[in-house]
Design a protein around this ligand. Structure first.
Ligand code: TRP
Ligand code: SF4
Length: 360
């Protein structure tokens, strides 16, 4: 059997996930794990590039996010789920790549320029922030991934990764395949206020929101602003509530709502309640899995630890090739060259079975 192509993607440790993450990434990851050898990881070091001063939330955000991954259907039997900072080899490769990456490449990355201009409340004038895409290149190339499923905003980072791979391969020798981006189609699901669903806009529905919270949030959703009175006909095509119907309600309901909205046959309050009911039904299996994992956070950590061991085996194999390609291989200390200079080992104190504490 031909070995499967490798897929790798990661998310910054941001905490609980919302429907935008589900539709924009997780549903796609869950499908990919059936076909490819998948590696998915929590980018906790990347979280530091913008928030180095406030690290308190990172472990909790990590566990919440991975709980949502598992709830959404990522299966640790099929995919390797791991934590970036447990694989120190990412840091080594990042360092080596930093030697061959021209500054101009990094200064031209669109997200770098935009965020430097737009984000004023954080210190982005650091070496780490500029090097964000180099760390990302190391994340991807250390597993010699063929495909990187990400949203459009991340495509320039994958492009830079290809350039770093090419530069390494031509400077030393060919170690890395050039990964292709697998663009996740931009989600049609808007936030509660009609803008893109995003934690920073406060317009999200979280995967773990209780049915009551979902009903309440849906009741606040923006609708067609032209429907001022109940008797005004509406335009479903511009209404965020209808966007949710299309995704979560059965086809007959979608057709009925479409028709009734245009003739003012249904009011927005009822239309929202109907949508919330279908959304709650669709999320039920995810929520059930979430509750099961929530009650066993230890098990979620174990999944990450086990996944990290597997990931590390792959990462170490790549690093051996990298060091060899760069000519950075030294005689082992215990080998013939090292032996002469080796200091004699100090005798270790014998380990006693029971601690010898004598009560006075
Ligand atoms: N930069 C990505 C984001 O913000 C997260 C990430 C880090 C990533 N390393 C990666 C994504 C490697 C794909 C591959 O979403
Ligand atoms: Fe939107 Fe439904 Fe109101 Fe039409 S009836 S405007 S689709 S909420």
């Amino acid at each position: 059997m031909a070995s499967k192509k490798r897929v790798l993607s990661g998310m910054r440790a941001t905490g609980k996930l919302h429907l935008g993450h589900l539709v924009g990434a997780l549903e796609n990851w869950v499908k990919l794990q059936e076909q490819y050898q998948c590696f998915f990881f929590v980018a906790d070091w990347h979280a530091l590039t913008t928030d180095y001063a406030d690290t308190r939330g990172i472990p909790e955000n990590t566990i919440q996010m991975v709980t949502d991954w598992l709830a959404a259907g990522l299966d640790p039997q099929k995919s390797v789920l791991f934590l970036q900072s447990r694989i120190l080899e990412h840091a080594e490769l990042h360092l080596l790549f930093s030697m061959i990456t021209p500054l101009g490449w990094l200064e031209r990355v669109p997200s770098y320029k935009e965020q430097r201009e737009q984000i004023r409340d954080k210190d982005l004038g650091t070496y780490g922030f500029l090097g964000y895409p180099v760390l990302q290149a190391a994340d991807i190339l250390i597993y010699r991934a063929h495909y990187v499923p990400v949203g459009e905003d991340q495509a320039p980072h994958v492009e830079l990764t290809r350039e770093v791979a090419r530069r390494f391969n031509t400077t030393y020798s060919k170690v890395f395949p050039e990964p292709d981006v697998l663009l996740t189609p931009t989600p049609k699901l808007p936030g509660l206020d009609g803008r893109k669903m995003s934690k920073s806009y406060g317009n999200t529905i979280e995967l773990g929101d209780a049915p009551e919270a979902i009903r309440q949030k849906v009741s606040t959703m923006l609708t067609d602003p032209q429907r001022v009175r109940r008797s005004d006909p509406g335009r479903p095509e511009i209404c965020p509530v209808f966007g949710f119907h299309r995704r979560y309600s059965p086809a007959e309901v979608v057709a009925q709502v479409d028709a009734d909205c245009r003739t003012a046959g249904i009011g927005c309050v009822d239309c929202k309640a109907l949508m919330a009911a279908h959304l709650i039904t669709a999320l039920a299996p995810i929520q059930e899995r979430r509750r099961a994992y929530e009650s066993k956070p230890q098990q979620v950590w174990e999944i990450l630890v086990e996944g990290s061991k597997k990931a590390q085996r792959s990462a170490r194999a790549t690093m051996r090739q990298v060091r060899k390609a760069m000519g950075m291989v030294y005689p082992a200390a215990a080998g013939p060259a090292g032996r002469a200079g080796k200091r004699p080992q100090r005798k270790q104190a014998p380990v006693t079975e029971t601690p010898t504490v004598t009560p006075q």
